[in-house]
Design a protein around this ligand. Structure first.
Ligand code: FMN
Length: 201
């Protein structure tokens, strides 16, 4: 069983980094193999180039796919579970992670049509996907203002979509008052390894 963590935060001083460390511990405790794509550390290119647009936007599948994108697609093909770990910035993931989807979810790989109206997807079906995000606002507030629902619609229903068999969004909210929430967050994160075993066997 292999887990791929797509991690997106620029600083090791952050709360989100602390959560990454707890997540790693949870996977190690369950003897689960994992690989991390640390998007900032890799300096992962976020912007789609014009050449890439010629392929993605104009559906020219004969054009080549960039090497860094191919590497990410290979990691996906080796994974049974993918965890996206990021802070909520302006009610969504950081732009760098959005750029990962823009480029790695290439046409003919993560989506596409064969010209006869049939959907084409080469990307393997992933058993379990988790969007794990930290947020300054408490969950109750994010639910009340509809942001939790909109994040779920975009991240879970669209970006993970039918490519994932089981999927869920875990919002670790209320980080503006860290002391109040960190024990609760730790308990949730500690349990992730066990949940992966349950859904990936
Ligand atoms: C640019 C930026 C935008 C943010 N936007 C939101 C937001 O829309 N909603 C929210 O609840 N928190 C927001 N926050 C707070 C972060 O979600 C919070 O800082 C993070 O979850 C935990 O902090 P960390 O950066 O130490 O990991 C934002 C923070 C930054 C830096």
């Amino acid at each position: 069983m292999k887990v791929l963590i797509i991690y997106c935060h620029p600083s090791k001083e952050s709360y989100t980094y602390q959560i990454l460390e707890q997540l790693k511990e949870s996977l190690i405790n369950e003897s689960i193999e994992f690989q991390i794509s640390d998007l900032y550390q890799m300096d992962f290119q976020t912007d789609m180039t014009e050449k890439e647009y010629m392929r993605e936007g104009l559906l020219n599948l004969d054009l080549s796919i960039s090497t860094d994108v191919q590497k990410e697609q290979k990691k996906i093909e080796n994974a049974d579970c993918i965890i996206f770990l990021y802070p909520v910035w302006w009610s969504d993931c950081p732009a760098k992670l959005k750029g990962w989807f823009d480029r790695v979810y290439s046409v003919g790989y993560a989506y596409g049509y064969d010209g006869k109206g049939n959907e084409v997807q080469r990307m393997k079906n992933i058993k379990y996907g988790i969007a794990l995000c930290t947020a300054g606002h408490p969950n109750k507030f994010l639910n009340e203002i509809g942001v939790a629902e909109s994040m779920r619609n975009v991240m879970i229903d669209d970006r993970l979509g039918q490519r994932f068999n089981k999927k869920e969004m875990i919002i670790l909210g209320g980080t503006l008052d860290r002391e109040k929430v960190e024990n609760e967050h730790s308990d949730i994160v500690k349990n992730i390894g066990r949940r992966i075993k349950k859904y990936c066997i």
